[in-house]
Design a protein around this ligand. Structure first.
Ligand SMILES: O=C(O)CCC(=O)C(=O)O
Ligand SMILES: [Fe+2]
Length: 246
């Protein structure tokens, strides 16, 4: 029993690693085109996306009869540069555009690229980090596989709209806000113009909690040595979570 579980984990890991390496290539190519379009300094823009930071998550959103009251993931923005979503044919993903929530209709064999907070900063707000959420389906479970990629470790983001910061600064601030305020404030914390900010009002990003099950989380795809030190594969099942290092 344990052996077949371990085989399954190993096999899943190999598949997801390969999947992640293809997505890394795609995301880098798309980012390269966007950076060129934005006339970013090529040397600097190379540090704004790093395949070594990429990770893959697999979600299961349980079917829920109270469709209108239940959210798989509440409204949030991703902290990434780019997020690439691969969703099954069960609808649920919604994005906010001009104050309207739009359904992202599943199209077979299609990937969805979401722009994250880092992309917004890098582009001087020309591109917006998309607000999105996931609605639970009345009849079916929904599965998605998501790839997220970030700037290189220590790379300083220079933007006319924000003060210089690294992704680690951003992440630390998000963690602190979630702990103290209960939600992610996000990029507003790094706005260039110093002003008194009150984050207890409306419009803040949430930290994306909701009723979803993170069934597989493969961290830092390309750093096997870190996996051995506590990275690896985390399986979450209802009320339990397993942590297996392969
Ligand atoms: O499952 C999805 O389609 C979206 C997941 C998502 O928004 C996230 O993990 O940040
Ligand atoms: Fe997201």
């Amino acid at each position: 029993m344990l052996t077949s579980y371990c085989c399954f984990l190993r096999f899943t890991r190999i598949l997801l690693e390969e999947y992640g390496s293809h997505l890394a290539r795609l995301a880098t190519a798309i980012f390269g085109a966007m950076a060129e379009n934005l006339h970013l300094d090529p040397e600097l823009s190379k540090t704004y996306i790093s395949e070594s930071t990429g990770f893959v998550r697999v979600y299961r959103y349980p079917q829920c009869s109270m469709e209108n009251e239940a959210w798989g993931i509440n409204v949030h923005t991703d902290s990434s540069v780019l997020s690439v979503l691969n969703q099954d044919q069960v609808a649920g993903l919604q994005v906010l555009k001009d104050d309207n929530w739009l359904q992202v209709k599943p199209i077979p064999d299609t990937l969805i690229f979401n722009l994250g907070d880092m992309m917004q900063a890098i582009s001087d707000d020309k591109y917006k980090s998309v607000k999105h959420r996931v609605k639970l389906n009345k009849e079916k479970d929904r599965f998605s596989i998501c790839y997220f990629v970030f700037p290189a470790e220590g790379s300083v983001i220079h933007s006319s709209k924000y003060r210089p910061f690294t992704y680690s600064d951003f992440q630390a601030q998000v963690q602190q806000d979630v702990k103290t305020l209960g939600f992610k404030v996000g990029l507003e914390r790094f706005r260039a113009a110093e002003r008194e900010l009150d984050f207890n009002g409306d419009g803040a990003c949430t930290n994306g909690v909701g009723d979803h099950e993170l069934i597989y989380s493969l961290f830092r795809l390309f750093l096997p040595s870190e996996m051995a030190n506590g990275g690896g594969v985390i399986f979450h099942e209802p009320w339990q979570s397993y942590h297996a290092v392969l």
